[in-house]
Design a protein around this ligand. Structure first.
Ligand code: NDP
Length: 339
C-alpha cells in the first residue's frame, strides 16, 4: 500500500473544504484550532496502471497550513509533519510521499533527528519526498511545452526561481546536461548557495527575479513561497512560458496575455481514471486523472515494489535517478501535463 501526506494551501482553503474532508466542526475555526488538529486518513485510493495492475493507497491529511510558518508556529508545523508520518507508518503503509511543504519542513527543521514519535519508531525508508519524479516531469514540461510553442531551446534563456532547492537544482542539472538551452538564470535569496550551484553547473547567471523576468523565454517557478507573487505579463518576453511548480503556487494571479503561457508545473496526467476525491479538493482541473508528480512517485514505487526512500535529503537528485523514475512513469501510464 502507498501513502500520500498532503496539506491545503491556506486557512481559507482549509475552512472551505473542511466539511468534505470530514471535519465539519473545523469550518468556522481559526489557525489555533488547525494547529492542534491531529493527522487523519481522509481518502482511500485505487490506481490502475496501464500494465493492468491495481494498487491501493491512503491520503493522510496532515492539517499543516502555510500560515503556521508565516506566523512562526514552527513547533506546530513540525509536529504536523512528524505526526502524519507516524500515522502513515502505524497504518502499515509501505511507501509514503511527503507532499508540498511536508518535505521542506522535514529538511529545514532537521526532523531526521526525531526518530521516536510516541510508540512509533519512524522508519525513513518508508518515505520519499517525491522530488525526483517532480523534477523529471518539470524537465519534460520545459522540453515538450517549449517545442509546442515554437520556443527553440538552443536559443532560449531559462530562468529557474528556487534554483538552489531540491527540485530547482535537479531541473538546473537537467537543463545543463540534457537540454540544449542557450542560457540558464539562477534565482534564489541565499547567494552562497547560488554560487555553489553555479560552480557545480559550470555556468548559469545569478540574478534577481525582476531582472530575470525581462530576459527569460521560459521561467520555472519552484520556490518554497508561502504565498504567490504578482507579475506583470507586459514586462515579460513574448512569447514566454511560465511553469509554476510551487504548492502553494508561486504566481498569485492568473496571468492573462495572449503570448504568455502558464502551465501547472510538476503535474502529471494518468491514462486511466483514479478512484479518489482528494484532487477535487485541491482544485485540479481534471481531478480523476491529474495529480502532483510527487504523489505519483509513491504510486510508482509501489507499482515497482521499490520500497525505499527513493528521493531523500536535499540536492541529491541525479540525472540517472530522474531517468529511472521517468521510465517507470511512462511504463505505468503517467505523462506530463502540457495544457
Ligand atoms: P526547497 O526548500 O528545497 O527549495 C526552495 C527554493 O526556493 C530554494 O532555492 C530557496 O532558496 C528558494 N526560495 C524560497 N523563497 C524564495 C523567494 N522568496 N524568492 C526566491 N527564491 C526563494 O523546496 P523544494 O524544491 O522541495 O520545493 C519547491 C516547490 O515545489 C515548493 O513550492 C513545493 O511545495 C513544490 N512541490 C511541488 C511538487 C509537485 O508534485 N508538483 C512536489 C514537491 C514540492 P533561498 O531560501 O536561498 O531563497
Amino acid at each position: 500500500m502507498f501513502g500520500l501526506i498532503g496539506h491545503l494551501t491556506s486557512l481559507e482553503h482549509a475552512q472551505s473544504v473542511a466539511e468534505e474532508l470530514g471535519y465539519p466542526e473545523y469550518a468556522e475555526q481559526g489557525l489555533d484550532f488547525w494547529c492542534s488538529a491531529p493527522p487523519q486518513i481522509v481518502d482511500t485510493i485505487k490506481v490502475t496502471s496501464v500494465t493492468g495492475e491495481t494498487i491501493e493507497g491512503r491520503y493522510v491529511e496532515s492539517c499543516f497550513l502555510p500560515e503556521m510558518l508565516a506566523s512562526r508556529r514552527i513547533k506546530a508545523a513540525t509536529r504536523k509533519v512528524i505526526n502524519a508520518m507516524a500515522h502513515a507508518q502505524k497504518h502499515g503503509i509501505n511507501i509514503t510521499a511527503l507532499g508540498g511543504f511536508s518535505s521542506i519542513i522535514f529538511e529545514n527543521f532537521n526532523l531526521a533527528q526525531i526518530r521516536q514519535v510516541r510508540n512509533v519508531k519512524l522508519e525513513f525508508e518508508r518515505f520519499t519526498t517525491g522530488n525526483t519524479h517532480t523534477a523529471y516531469i518539470i524537465a519534460q514540461q520545459v522540453e515538450q511545452a517549449s517545442a509546442r510553442l515554437g520556443i527553440e531551446l538552443s536559443k532560449a534563456t531559462v530562468a529557474v526561481c528556487g534554483a538552489t532547492g531540491d527540485i530547482g537544482s535537479a531541473v538546473c542539472r537537467w537543463l545543463n546536461a540534457r537540454a540544449d538551452v542557450a542560457d540558464i538564470i539562477l534565482i534564489a535569496r541565499n547567494s552562497e548557495r547560488l554560487q555553489l550551484l553555479q560552480e557545480e553547473l559550470g555556468r548559469g547567471k545569478i540574478m534577481g527575479v525582476e531582472e530575470a523576468l525581462l530576459q527569460a523565454d521560459i521561467i520555472v517557478w519552484v520556490a518554497s513561497m508561502q504565498k504567490g507573487i504578482e507579475i506583470d505579463p507586459n514586462q515579460l518576453k513574448h512569447p514566454c512560458l511560465l511553469i509554476d511548480g510551487g504548492y502553494p503556487k508561486n504566481l498569485s494571479t492568473l496571468v492573462q496575455h495572449p503570448e504568455v503561457y502558464v502551465l501547472n508545473g510538476g503535474i502529471v496526467e494518468h491514462s486511466l481514471d483514479i478512484d479518489w476525491r482528494i484532487m477535487k479538493l485541491v482544485n485540479m482541473d481534471a481531478p480523476s486523472r491529474q495529480l502532483f508528480a510527487c504523489f505519483a512517485e509513491s504510486m510508482l514505487l509501489e507499482f515497482e515494489k521499490w520500497y525505499t526512500n527513493f528521493s531523500w535529503g536535499r540536492n541529491q537528485i541525479t540525472l540517472e535517478k530522474m531517468d529511472q523514475i521517468g521510465q517507470a512513469s511512462v511504463k505505468h501510464g503517467f505523462r506530463p501535463l502540457l495544457a
